[in-house]
Design a binder for this molecule. Sequence first.
Ligand code: ADP
Ligand code: MG
Length: 720
Amino acid sequence: MPTSLARPALNGNGHATKPMDVEKLFGSNTFGLAEMKSRLPKAVYKRLLATIDKGEPFDETVADAVALAMKEWAVERGATHYTHWFQPLTGRTAEKHDSFITPNAGGGAVSEFSGKNLIQGEPDASSFPGGGLRATFEARGYTAYDPTSPAFLVEHNGSATLCIPTAFASWTGEALDHKIPLLRSMEALNTQAKRALALFDEKVARVYATCGSEQEFFLIDEAFYHERPDLATSGRTLIGAKPPRGQELDDHYFGSIPERVMAFMNAAEVELYKLGVPVATRHNEVAPGQYEFAPIFENANVAADHQQIVMMTLQRLAPRFGLVCLLHEKPFAGVNGSGKHVNWSMSTDTGLNLLEPGDTPHENLLFLFFCTAVIQAVHKHQDLLRASIATAANDHRLGANEAPPAIISVFLGDQLAHVFDQIAEAGKATESKSSGLLGLGTPVLPTLPRHAGDRNRTSPFAFTGNKFEFRAVGSSQSISFPLTVLNTIAAQAIDDLVSKMEAKMGKKKSKKALMEAAQSVIADAIREHKAVVFNGDGYSQEWQDEAAERGLLNLKTTPDALATLTDEKNVDVFSSYDVLSEAELESRKEILTEQYALQLNIEAATTGNLARTLVLPAAVRYLSELGEAAESVEDLGLDVSGTKEVASVVVKEVNGLTKAIKALDKALAKAHKAEAEDVAMKDHVIPALAKVRAACDEIEQAVPADLWPLPTYREMLFVK
Ligand code: ADP
Ligand code: MG
């Protein structure tokens, strides 16, 4: 048990620090628009802007000029290397660093970074999962510059690296990453939403998905982390008895943030500001040791890159404060896990949020149209949404009374539910419940405008004012795939509704014809898809039963969810909108399935190892102490029954654990030979793991603290 905690000095000498100049700091380590404008020839800047703002093709003839400016900017700030920064299907980011300096034959060196280097890189694709997309003899993969996401500089001790966000594809052009499909889905959404807007006579150049994703995480003392092999190999504690005081007291949520954590949060905030990530709020979460960062929403592609930067930065900076940041969905059993709420909406280049209901949503046909499209999309593709968040880790959270259940439903809130009920019944809505003011019962406090809809924490997909919040996303995962699914299924639903409206209107172009067509299409869609709307308690057993009656899916585990990924309907929606080909979708299924089995394999191996090499020895040592004690007590002629009783309990526990380890080994060996390894892992290894854990946790509560070889939950969760 580690006793010395690495506690660094806080803010140097503890005096108040200088105020932070956020404006100057923000984006200072990104090659953003302002830098581009000041460093690029006017014509080049204009061409680049057309790509960034309007989605026009990147003009390769300007690449050299962009590369030169980018390099100068980076080198001035101490960069020695650059890397194409990409998102392989592992869900994390990858980088391969190249030097700006190329040695030449004469023994000197030249500084080199051309347009070619900027646009394309060639990492060895064979070290990243390809899921059958790439034959091993053709290991080539390409990274391609994404001009729509700003390049950024990561500073390390005295040096810096220029990171260039890139897409990653096989040499046949198939997407080997999460960025390409996301960008394609943004395009699909843009095309379909613009069709709808044209019908409603709204003139816009571009529609894009917006996203702000809230990140939950745990912080624990670094010393404890290094003493826990399970945290190192699998990101979560595989054994560990619950602390006597958990989160029952609810005193952690919004409680004051401990000093050391505060110092870390400040540092992370400064770093993220520099990288242009607009983090806005931070607070304690429900569980002890749990915190959250929430950024301001942005274009979904940029938000997905920024979300990776947030995870990277939290993990990179924590050790400076003697902390480790745990991003796993369920690092501690019996304590709330971590999620990532993906807030999503659609916005136009003119600044119109397509999911903004206004004060009288019943009159807002444009809003009703897009909101209906989302409801239809979610109802039709519950399986895809569930599959987009399916990982071994996230299975621990979903439906565990702390996160939404595996049933995908939509929460609308009182006001909207009332509007859509009217539409379903009468074909149109004639009133909206007003939100009103919230009086606090004393004249000294201001009256607050009340939100028209209450919050519902139990829904996986909730309307929250002017956006949807996909709350089932896991804390450690990339948000790119969930966003890709959302954009694609929304595009399909919008397409469907627009086509129906067009058919109804025929040649008629009047306002009245438009209104009638919209009302009737919306009403039909709502009637067909309202089964997915649920405003009640998603944690309750009644909902499980009711959802089944409504015919909603309840895909409880990752293998169940992933199995649906390549169903005909899903292949169809992805290929119709050119987001993922059937082969690309197959590859994702294969990789996700493989990762699930791999993760459980690691967990099983680590658990077996912990049990054998740490827990059993501790118990056996205790037994021998008890044995010696019993002998000497007996020698003194005293009653030894108590000691013997303790020993007999420990013996029973040791025997139980030994049996459980054997069963785990057997289950694992069987799973390796099974046809569907993931299903065998789910059906046999997970229950076997639970038994080993239970046996270990019993022993932890029996052996003396000084014989227990691992940091305990109490230490990890409450030492701040
Ligand atoms: P809430 O009170 O519902 O949590 P916040 O305003 O705090 O709402 O927003 C939560 C998250 O939702 C933030 O990350 C925010 O940037 C994001 N968000 C707000 N509006 C939008 C939008 N139109 N599109 C996407 N995300 C949004
Ligand atoms: Mg939220």
